[in-house]
Design a protein around this ligand. Structure first.
Ligand SMILES: Nc1ncnc2c1ncn2[C@@H]1O[C@H](COP(=O)(O)OP(=O)(O)OP(=O)(O)O)[C@@H](O)[C@H]1O
Length: 208
């Protein structure tokens, strides 16, 4: 039976600044089941990044609870992989060194993990580029590298914050489609936020 991987219960978030308070989220409840890819669409400023930061436990809710795999989260968990608005690739590191960075930070650069990550580069068409630098790749390829880097630490849940916003419209839809296919193939649970409805639809389209 499908179970709730992410369970957001009546969460509100108020930011306190010197200028006053901003209610960024009010009484949100949302469940995401294992293997689901959920897209959340909304205009700028509606609280999308806030939602992902709450799930990743980078910030705390003002009220309500967030459960991951049935347990209330208190701090950032390795189960979660967070892909940001821009690809954040390090220009001075090769593609292989970029995708290995998560494992390096976790002190987990075992030969087995390295070969799994190299395999992801092979599967997703980047084998011949592993010794190239990010500036030598197209925008769509860079986004794929960023995704593989996020996948390399084997997170259970992926959080994607407008991951394709730097790409032109046509490339964006193509890459969203590709990324959706990769996430399904890798059987990941994912939450993507975007202001672009077409992108959300491309991402969720199933490839048989
Ligand atoms: N650190 C912060 N301190 C104070 N207010 C904040 C902070 N972060 C976000 N906000 C406010 O909370 C609201 C929601 O912001 P958030 O970044 O979550 O929106 P968003 O939907 O992701 O926007 P965008 O699509 O432009 O990235 C906005 O009104 C924003 O000004």
């Amino acid at each position: 039976m499908a179970y709730k991987v992410v369970d957001i219960q009546n969460v509100s978030k108020i930011y306190h600044t010197l200028d006053g308070e901003t209610l960024a989220m009010h009484d949100l409840s949302l469940s995401v089941f294992k293997g689901e890819i959920v897209s959340i669409v909304g205009p700028s400023g509606c609280g999308k990044t806030t939602l992902l930061s709450l799930i990743a436990s980078l910030i705390k809710p003002s009220s309500g609870k967030i459960l991951i795999d049935g347990i209330e989260i208190k701090k950032y968990d390795k189960k979660i992989g967070y892909m940001f608005q821009n690809d954040n690739l390090f220009e001075w590191r090769t593609i292989l060194k970029n995708v290995l960075i998560g494992l390096e930070v976790q002190n987990n650069l075992t030969p087995e993990n390295i070969s799994k990550t190299e395999n992801l580069l092979d599967i997703y068409g980047l084998k011949d580029f592993k010794n190239h630098y990010p500036s030598q790749l197209s925008g769509g390829m860079r986004q794929r590298v960023a995704l593989i880097r996020t996948l390399s630490t084997e997170p259970e849940i992926l959080l994607l914050d407008e991951p394709f916003s730097a790409l032109d419209y046509q490339t964006r839809l193509k890459v969203a489609d590709e990324v959706g296919t990769i996430l399904k193939k890798e059987k990941k649970t994912a939450i993507m936020v975007t202001h672009d409805i077409a992108e959300a639809i491309s991402m969720k389209r199933q490839k048989k």
